[in-house]
Design a protein around this ligand. Structure first.
Ligand code: PGA
Length: 255
């Protein structure tokens, strides 16, 4: 079975001291009551990564960045490269819908970022998901399959890849998708596309997360399906006891 992950995406929240305090509370709890079968990944803002990384040393908590640029260095004002993140984090979220929509990141940009992240030896978490309009018009599976195909265009090795299915209409709305919707897209868009591009064993071995208004009350219904290996948690990841409940439920249900 692919690895189990609970990923907390803090988005543009927390000052540096707040980030360290939040990460330390997660660390303390996981050291007191270890959950060895679930990988716990915190994704603070870039600015906090060095301090949080220092305060997580020697703990089971892993770190992720929320984005990275595709060039290693140069005249790209305001950008951060995967090379700069090496040593600070093990994962980088790429293609989050907030970046696709608000920052207008194209399929091509996301593809270049995925390649750059893989080249740096950090693991990409590729986010895919349709808008409400696309779902209503019946094109959800096609949209997600295209995001996978274009995001991975020219990528030969996906062993380090994680995919997060995050329907745009479920993010930050309090309206999570239903398990039936998630299972359908994971099977018929994500794994089918990976199967086409990389074969059956890659498709079966790919860790796939669900994200979109995940909380301790609704997480079990997603985790009960064998095709889901964890969650990408936004708002609730800022509330340590709720986030930790999700981590523990992941272990209880899937571990
Ligand atoms: P949410 O965000 O849990 O606040 O809906 C999820 C995400 O954007 O990754």
């Amino acid at each position: 079975m692919p690895e189990l992950l609970t990923v907390g995406n803090w988005k543009m929240n927390t000052t540096v001291p707040e980030a360290v305090a939040l990460a330390l509370s997660v660390r303390r709890d996981l050291v007191d009551k270890p959950v060895p079968d679930v990988g716990v990944v915190l994704c603070p803002p870039y600015l906090s990564l060095p301090s949080v990384s220092e305060s997580m040393e020697g703990s089971p908590v892993m770190l992720g960045a929320q984005n990275a640029f595709y060039e290693p260095k140069g005249a790209f004002t305001g950008e951060i490269s995967p090379a700069m993140l090496a040593g600070l984090c093990e994962f980088i979220i790429i293609g989050h819908s907030e970046r696709r929509i608000l920052l207008r990141e194209s399929h091509r940009v996301i593809n270049r970022k995925i390649k750059a992240v893989l080249e740096s030896g950090i693991r990409p978490i590729l986010c895919v998901g349709e808008t409400l309009e696309q779902r209503r018009s019946g094109s959800a599976a096609r949209v997600v399959a295209r995001q996978i195909a274009s995001g991975l265009n020219g990528v030969s090795d996906v062993r380090e890849l994680v995919v997060a299915y995050e329907p745009v209409w479920a993010i930050g709305t309090g309206l999570a998708a239903t398990p039936a919707v998630v299972i359908d897209i994971v099977k018929n868009a994500i794994r089918t596309q990976i199967h086409k591009m990389y074969g059956a064993s890659m498709a079966d071995g790919l860790p796939v997360l669900y994200g979109g208004s995940v909380n301790p009350d609704n997480v079990s219904e997603f985790l009960e399906d064998p095709s889901i290996h964890g969650t990408l948690v936004g708002g609730v990841s800022l509330i340590p006891d709720q986030f930790l409940k999700i981590v523990r439920l992941t272990s209880e249900i899937k571990g």
